[in-house]
Design a binder for this molecule. Structure first.
Ligand SMILES: [Mg+2]
Length: 241
């Protein structure tokens, strides 16, 4: 019997599942715009790690108003094609995991608003205290991965095996390292620019319909080849464990 292809799909949240970067939008809305820009610029120039970036951004908001924050989160949107994409994955028995360098607080809220349940995700954690301010914890932090405070690469290694065709879907800075461990990369914005610069092959996409269409093409290929550089990267990560 022919063995079915098994795709393991890893998906960024901010700017990929949502139309805009929710984490950044929150700080732009409630923090001082100039300071936010300075901190984000430092991150994009690799002068500070993602964890430092979040810590500094949280420091900008002294007395968060939870109702206003919730209302703002509720005004943001999940990419509508993501809902059909979940069905496509479930119908084909493809595991998919959301890997976010943002926060559980708004991921839960936005999924609930869109009627999305039981999606496995890993992220950082945000706590809101109207007196003490915002605080964050990083349960999946790995000092070796400065571009993402939630080490996305480790989740990929832990949730895939040699039999899987790994797929990464993302748009930004926190995906740069992790995407390189996957066989098929779907990239837009900053991640697409990074892949082009580093000569890493990727599929450009606008929304999840584009991803679905390309995956259907890949599924029908007789000899689907894994990306050699990704195989080498995964091999060295397994050996290092
Ligand atoms: Mg993103």
């Amino acid at each position: 019997m022919r063995k079915e292809k098994v795709f393991k799909i890893f998906i960024d949240f901010d700017g990929t599942i949502t139309k805009e970067d929710v984490g950044e939008a929150i700080f732009r809305k409630f923090g001082d715009e100039k300071s936010v820009n300075e901190i984000v610029d430092k991150l994009l120039q690799d002068k500070i790690s993602s964890r430092q970036c979040w810590d500094e951004l949280c420091g900008l908001i002294k007395n968060p108003d939870q109702t206003k924050l919730d209302d703002f989160i509720d005004s943001l949107e999940i990419e509508p094609t993501f809902v059909t994409f979940i069905k496509f994955c479930n119908d084909n028995k493809f595991d998919f995991i959301v890997l976010s360098d943002g926060f559980d607080y708004y991921i839960e809220r936005l999924f609930k608003k869109a009627g999305i349940a039981n999606v496995k995700y890993y992220s950082n954690k945000l706590f809101i205290d109207e007196v003490k301010g915002l605080s964050v914890t990083y349960p999946y932090y790995d000092a070796d991965s400065p571009t993402s405070a939630n080490c996305k690469k480790n989740h990929i290694i832990n949730h895939s095996s040699d039999d899987d065709y790994t797929v990464y879907i993302g748009d930004g800075n926190s995906d740069k390292d992790a995407a390189q461990y996957c066989d098929f990369i779907f990239a837009k914005k900053g991640l697409a620019r990074f892949c082009s610069m580093e000569r890493i092959s990727f599929y450009p996409f606008n929304n999840f319909d584009d991803v679905q269409q390309k995956l259907m093409e890949l599924m029908s290929k007789k000899n689907l080849r894994k990306r050699h550089q990704a195989q080498l990267k995964r091999k060295s990560a397994y050996l290092a464990e």
